[in-house]
Design a protein around this ligand. Structure first.
Ligand code: MTE
Ligand code: MO
Length: 507
């Protein structure tokens, strides 16, 4: 029987509950990969406003990496748990896609059926009425059932806030952390106080959401419980002892099933992380295709970032090659890059050319100010100068037929490998559209001086529409390839292979 609470409403409420739980748990996984929050745009050590780690950050640049800062959480708490930032991000993306879809359908039906009038206050009387309810709750009393028609004033205010303010706020601060959005709409990210502003506000939103859920679920059971659960389970009708008992059994069973499902997702992911990556990144790629892939950096048209935005501090991920990793790089470093070359290669036809750093600097220069974001959470703004990847690869001639990706390798080895096998050279592949973007360069200067050793000297990749893991440092070789599936573990890069991140680094 459909009473005051139609089936669509109850089904959407349940779906929302499942998805919010997934969002919170995967959000905690993402936060644990860099358990600190800043308002300052460069994330300088010691300037956090909140941290969930006892580790002290060294003040010196280039000695401590964000990978070293990652915390391992229990799979009962986070999704999936155990330092799986890649999978955590995919689960967050997958849940948010369904959560937004569910929310849109809900809003449409709410207005189509007129049920919005029970939630959205249409008179200012709601404020004094809500105040009365609040005073009652604070003195451990309960407003009479007659106040709930079906919601009382305090509920109306709370629900309106969560549905029309908090949920959109989380969506807006969430997308502000995407590098594709930032490079196309830099003013938008600035509006939130930059990447760190968006990240910190998103976290505050999470805390408010969690607080709301705890209150909301508690009040269901504390205030006119029988009526609430009969409405939630049966949609309304008479509140008899028998129906209330039935409803309670169903409710508790459903809640237990949802909790089991949440935890099962963690263990399903950890049991075969490659399978989990394929599934979750496959689903989220649909969202990236629709919303992010066609966004191109504003480039020279961009006025939002200038030299005034340049950060004082720059975090690091990946440490410079050691003697064991690359004797060549270490010797060249001590010798003004004498003897070091960067190879341009067509891996389809086995053709290559080598460039010295001097050769590189003779190619057309391109310079701009941009914010770097590591998907773990830190950011830094610098002026980057180098040669556009399209200009660079022209040195080798026209793009070979069949080449669909550009794969860049490093003199340095990966910090960590999947399954802890011996470390291989760090690499990352990008597609042709990303390569052709105005802010995809092989950089050799930062802030008008040679790039620091730890930031990728003598040359490193910059792909501003993507997160940091695509920006290969200490570049040894750039090559045309048919398909990235033929290299490494076949997922398109070291961080994709080792941490199961997405090939597409736009969010
Ligand atoms: N060779 C190499 N390049 C690398 C990495 C690495 O470990 N090795 N880490 C990547 C990641 S995850 C990030 S966020 C950026 C960090 O750049 P930065 O150290 O210059 O700040 O470098 C990228 N390029
Ligand atoms: Mo990163």
């Amino acid at each position: 029987m459909d009473g005051d609470f139609p089936l669509w409403l109850r089904a959407q409420h349940l779906l929302n509950f499942i998805l919010i739980g997934m969002l919170i748990r995967s959000g905690i996984e993402m936060l644990s990969s860099l358990p600190r929050l800043w308002w300052r745009k460069d994330c300088a050590p010691g300037t956090e406003w909140l941290k969930f780690t006892k580790r002290e950050l060294p003040k010196e640049e280039g000695v401590y990496t964000s990978l070293m800062d990652e915390k391992s959480l229990h799979p009962l708490l986070s999704l999936p748990g155990r330092e799986n930032i890649g999978l955590g991000r995919h689960w967050h993306g997958l849940s948010v896609m369904f959560w937004v879809l569910n929310g849109l359908v809900y809003i449409i039906l709410l207005f189509a059926t007129g049920l919005w009038q029970r939630i959205v206050p249409t008179s200012w009387d709601v404020i004094p009425q809500a105040w009365e309810s609040l005073k009652m709750y604070l003195s451990f009393e309960v407003p009479d059932i007659s106040h709930f028609e079906p919601y009382d004033a305090l509920q109306m205010l709370g629900y309106t806030f969560v549905i029309f303010i908090l949920a959109p706020f989380q969506m807006l601060t969430g997308v502000a952390m995407s590098p594709a959005i930032r490079s196309r709409f830099p003013w938008y990210v600035k509006m939130w106080g930059g990447h760190q502003g968006a990240r910190s506000l998103h976290f505050i939103g999470l805390v408010i959401f969690t607080g709301f859920i705890v209150m909301h679920v508690s009040l269901v059971f504390l205030v006119h419980r029988d009526r609430n659960i009969v409405n939630m389970v049966f949609g309304g009708g008479e509140v008899t002892t028998a129906r209330a008992a039935q409803a309670l059994v169903v409710m508790v069973a459903v809640i237990v099933a949802v909790i089991v499902f949440w935890i099962a997702l963690s263990y399903w992911s950890l049991a075969d992380r490659v399978r989990a990556q394929k599934f979750t990144a496959g689903v989220t790629e649909i969202g990236r295709k629709i919303f992010l892939n066609h966004l191109r950096p504003l480039g020279a048209k961009k006025k939002a970032y200038t030299d005034k935005d340049i950060s004082e501090f720059h975090w690091t991920n990946g440490l410079p090659p050691t003697q064991e990793e690359s004797q060549l790089w270490v010797e060249a470093r001590d010798n003004d890059w004498e003897g070091l070359t960067i190879t341009l290669r067509d891996d389809l036809n086995d053709v290559e050319k080598t460039l010295t750093v001097e050769d590189l600097k003779k190619l057309p220069r391109h310079s701009y100010v941009a914010t770097h974001t590591c998907m773990q959470g830190w950011s830094a703004t610098s002026r980057w100068t180098g040669v556009r990847l399209t200009d660079l690869m022209e040195v080798l001639g026209p793009r070979p037929e069949g080449a669909r990706y550009l794969l860049t390798e490093s003199y340095g080895l990966a910090q960590k490998m999947y399954d802890n096998r011996p470390r291989e050279p760090f690499y990352a592949a990008i597609d042709l559209e990303t390569m052709a973007e105005e802010e995809s360069i092989l950089a050799y200067e930062r802030n008008d001086h040679d790039i620091e050793d730890y930031l990728g000297a003598p040359a490193r990749l910059r792909v501003e529409s993507n997160h940091g893991y695509k920006h290969v440092k200490w570049v040894s070789r750039v090559m045309w390839v048919r398909d990235y599936a033929d290299y490494g573990d076949g997922r398109g890069g070291t961080r994709e292979d080792s941490a199961l991140q997405a090939f597409n680094g736009r969010i």
